[in-house]
Design a protein around this ligand. Structure first.
Ligand SMILES: NC(=O)c1ccc[n+]([C@@H]2O[C@H](COP(=O)([O-])OP(=O)(O)OC[C@H]3O[C@@H](n4cnc5c(N)ncnc54)[C@H](OP(=O)(O)O)[C@@H]3O)[C@@H](O)[C@H]2O)c1
Length: 298
């Protein structure tokens, strides 16, 4: 469908949290939502980078309502502090966008000892969502949008070696694992919200292939960005659609619809059947609760 950020309706009186919004597609999500009147909280691990992002948005849209709060998704105590601060300072949360992510970094661990990609991209957002769920529940029509990837397709959740302790570390396999976990989580979250009659909606999205800082760990992919990738601003569209359009509630996963979903207009994205497996989803939920200590909807 021919949809772009200019078509987003009025977002005044809404509060949105966008994780990892100092750069990449997250920056463009924050910018677009702020341009339509939403109050946007830039939830970033670097206050300095977030300040710079806020300055750049204000240059384009003076008077935008932008706040900054420190959030390191690779640190469960930072997630707890962020959520507590947010809940004390706000009485509503309309849009939570679980966007931040890392791709193929050198093998490393989060502060709590999890493999970095699974820990940041999935477990961090799992914990954040659970901690913010009470305030989302208090907000009529609120939405949780979780950013996955076409890289979810080869993804396998290896429950016997979630953190790469047994087999040789394959950074791509761990990225794909984190991205199928994002999608599996979003689908399971939606089922669980529905089961308890919640008014909160959970939707997933992906940006196709967009030129951002995500490719920072690969010279090869940074080179390919020049020829194959969409601009980051276009990459933000499917997530913005999922976060703001009423029609987005009719499908659980949105993304570009062009060549192998790498680019193109926003539409219904293809879900690998592995992500629809409810037994895997239930197990992922239980494991995520156990690892993060954040229990909800169970
Ligand atoms: N670009 C693509 O082609 C593509 C394709 C499929 C899916 N995605 C997904 O899109 C999302 C956004 O990626 P992007 O392409 O915009 O990449 P990006 O430009 O690298 O932005 C990623 C954002 O996540 C933040 N982040 C990383 N680790 C964090 C942590 N521990 N705590 C808090 N924030 C953290 C980064 O902060 P710093 O700036 O401080 O590092 C940055 O703000 C990711 O989930 C990614 O998997 C992207």
């Amino acid at each position: 469908m021919a949809w772009d950020e200019g078509m987003i309706g009025n977002q005044e009186n809404k509060i949105a949290v966008v994780t990892g919004s100092n750069t990449g597609i997250g920056f463009h999500m924050a910018r677009a939502l702020a341009s339509k009147g939403a109050e946007v909280l830039l939830a970033c691990r670097s206050i300095e980078k977030a300040e710079d992002a806020r300055r750049r948005i204000l240059e384009d849209f003076p008077g935008s309502l932008l706040r900054i709060s420190e959030l390191d998704l690779a640190d469960l105590s930072s997630i707890q502090d962020f959520s507590q601060r947010f809940s004390e300072e706000n009485s509503r949360l309309d849009i939570l966008i679980n966007n931040a992510g890392v791709m193929i970094p050198p093998k490393s661990r989060t502060k709590d000892g999890f493999e970095l990609q699974f820990g940041t991209n999935h477990l961090g957002h799992f914990a954040l969502t659970g901690r913010l769920l009470p305030i989302l529940e208090e907000t009529q029509g609120s939405r949780i949008v979780t950013v996955s990837s076409i890289a979810h397709n080869p993804g396998i959740i290896d429950f016997d070696d979630l953190h790469g302790e047994r087999k040789r570390y394959n950074k791509w396999a761990f990225y794909s694992q984190s991205k199928i976990a994002n999608l599996t989580f979003s689908l399971e979250l939606s089922r669980r919200l529905e089961a308890v009659g919640s008014g909160v909606s959970a939707i997933a999205s992906h940006p196709g292939y967009s030129a951002t800082d995500l490719q920072r760990h690969s010279l090869f992919w940074r080179f390919l960005n020049l020829f194959l990738a969409m601009p980051a601003r276009r990459g933000a569209e499917a997530t913005l659609y999922a976060a703001t359009e009423s029609d987005a509630l009719e499908h659980p996963y949105w993304g570009p619809t062009g060549f192998i979903e790498m680019r193109g207009r926003t539409g219904r994205a293809r879900i690998n059947p592995k992500a629809l497996d409810e037994e895997t989803a239930r197990r992922l939920w239980e494991v995520s609760e156990g690892l993060t200590g954040v229990r909800y909807l169970s």
